[in-house]
Design a protein around this ligand. Structure first.
Ligand code: NAD
Ligand code: AHE
Ligand code: ZN
Length: 369
């Protein structure tokens, strides 16, 4: 079949809207009509050539929602007309990691996913006879995409696609980092670095679980109002702090944050986040994705004196199990999504979504097909 898609033909070049050829689902795969997709900073990072796994030409996008239109042989967990969210972190429920229940990092198809192909080693997308690669196992910047059955979460039919798509990455990552990875306890002091599409969800997660001080740190003063809207109690712009940002945050929290989160992808900020965690017990969670070749550093003494450095992918969520529950939280108004979707665009306008992100003018742009 044919599908309209925004293709990343080359790094650092705008996406091009073209009609691709798409092969149907093979064994264990499903064809999904994507109804809406968010644009995450990770898409921009890959398009900018900063991802060591980045492949071109490819169909980016990993934050979608849609409808199953066809299933391949052997598919049992979803059927045509089911509403689904594609999962860049699948849940096979059979690999060592899934069975361990210790992590959400299902390994069953990770190797082929990183090479931009389906589990059988081939791509379903092509353009004028040339292979176009999949991205993060999702490729939601295409109106139709093919996904392994284990990489879709079936969700309720009454959730609006143009909001539920954000649960495919940003919402689950931010809220899940608080509830699954850090397990933030009521009364904790929390520091969030970077108040974008992820950081604001960390803030709303921290508020939901009853954190005390929720301190937001961002270079962009416009983010203060956004942070306060979702539960932030204090705002710090590092450019306006006299002296050292870490000392400032440690003073503001009487010794440091019980939990700190990097939502910037900047390795200097990751160090600040670790060092502003409380001596003896503070935990710092790396969410931001750093560009290829970057490394983190700190004095080992920071860890000797009890700080814990961890990271999280997809908020530690087991997609097929947890994503439908997060959709329920949204539908039951336990979490908010609508105000964070600042821009709704057509596929033809998708490059504007990247511009708005780089200019700091959007929280989330969503493309509706
Ligand atoms: P975004 O562009 O919406 O937000 C980033 C925010 O960080 C902006 O408000 C920006 O002003 C702020 N910022 C940038 N540099 C800063 C600095 N030095 N100090 C303080 N604030 C700074 O991006 P997003 O979509 O929220 O994504 C944030 C990061 O999370 C990205 O690195 C993205 O790739 C990553 N991410 C990781 C996961 C995961 O599973 N681990 C999931 C989604 C996104
Ligand atoms: N491909 C990069 C790493 C990118 C990365 O860390 N991705 C996150 C999700 S970001 C979503 O917006 C992730 O899930 N990581 C775990 C995984 O298995 O990819 C690189 O450095 O090669
Ligand atoms: Zn993302």
């Amino acid at each position: 079949m044919k599908t309209r898609a925004a293709v990343a033909f080359e790094a650092k070049k705008p996406l091009e809207i073209v009609e691709l050829d798409l092969e149907g689902p093979k064994e264990g795969e499903v064809l999904v009509e994507i109804m809406a997709t968010g644009i995450c900073h990770t898409d921009a990072y890959t398009l900018d050539g900063l991802d060591s796994e980045g492949l071109f030409p490819s169909v980016l996008g990993h934050e979608g929602a849609g409808i199953v239109r066809e299933v391949g042989p052997g598919v049992t967990s979803v059927k045509p007309d089911d509403h689904v969210i594609p999962l860049y972190t699948p849940e096979c429920r059979q690999c060592k990691t899934c069975l361990s229940q210790k992590s959400n990092l299902c390994t069953s198809i990770r190797a082929t996913q990183g090479k931009g192909v389906m589990p059988d080693g081939t791509s379903r997308f092509s353009y004028k006879g040339e292979t176009i690669y999949h991205y993060m196992g999702c490729s939601t910047f295409s109106n139709f995409t093919v996904l392994p059955e284990i990489a879709v979460a079936k969700i309720r039919d009454d959730a609006p696609f143009d909001k539920a798509c954000y649960i495919g990455c940003g919402v689950t990552t931010g809220v899940g980092a608080v509830t699954n990875t850090a397990k933030v306890t009521p009364g904790s002091n929390v520091i969030v670095f970077g108040l974008g599409g992820i950081g604001l969800n960390v803030i709303q997660g921290a508020k939901m679980v009853g954190a005390d001080k929720i301190i937001g740190v961002d270079l962009n003063d416009d983010k203060e109002e956004w942070g306060r809207r979702f539960g932030m109690t204090h705002f710090v712009n590092p450019k306006k702090v006299d002296g050292d940002i870490v000392q400032h945050l440690v003073a503001l929290t009487d010794g440091g944050g019980d939990f700190t989160f990097d939502c910037t992808g900047n390795t200097t900020v990751m160090r600040q986040a670790l060092e502003s965690a409380h001596r003896g017990w503070g935990e710092s969670i790396v969410i931001g994705v750093a560009e290829a070749g970057k490394e983190i550093a700190t004095r080992p003494f920071q860890l000797v004196t009890g700080r814990v450095w961890k990271g999280t992918a997809f908020g530690g969520a087991r997609g097929r199990t947890d994503v439908p529950k997060i959709v329920d939280w949204y539908m039951d108004k336990k979490i908010e999504i609508d105000p964070m979707i600042t821009h709704t665009l057509s596929l033809e306008e998708i490059n504007k979504g990247f511009d708005l992100m780089h200019e700091g003018k959007s929280i989330r742009s969503v493309v509706v097909y």
